[in-house]
Design a protein around this ligand. Structure first.
Ligand SMILES: [Zn+2]
Length: 84
């Protein structure tokens, strides 16, 4: 069965729409491992931890995060407190 032309056009429109939504959602994110600021687009890898998605500049950063997320995720109650 061949896909009619009109259906292909619809799929292309849909892809453009999701691309636009992605642009609207775009805002700077911080790589929790190395602290580098990046956008969703420039992120090489991503990982979800406790329902939150984290973005990484490199796969090595993602792997380090996945290996020990607690090490990199700052807890709110520690905010503003200096160690020692
Ligand atoms: Zn990184």
């Amino acid at each position: 069965m061949r896909v009619p032309r009109s259906k292909i056009a619809f799929i292309q429109d849909y892809q453009q729409e999701t691309d636009m939504q992605r642009q609207n959602e775009e805002h700077p994110v911080t790589d929790p491992v190395c602290g580098m600021e990046l956008s969703h687009k420039s992120a090489v890898d991503e990982a979800t931890y406790q329902g939150k998605t984290y973005y990484f500049c490199a796969q090595t950063c993602c792997e380090a995060f996945v290996a020990d997320p607690k090490k990199y995720v700052r807890q709110h109650r520690q905010h503003g407190m200096k160690p020692g």
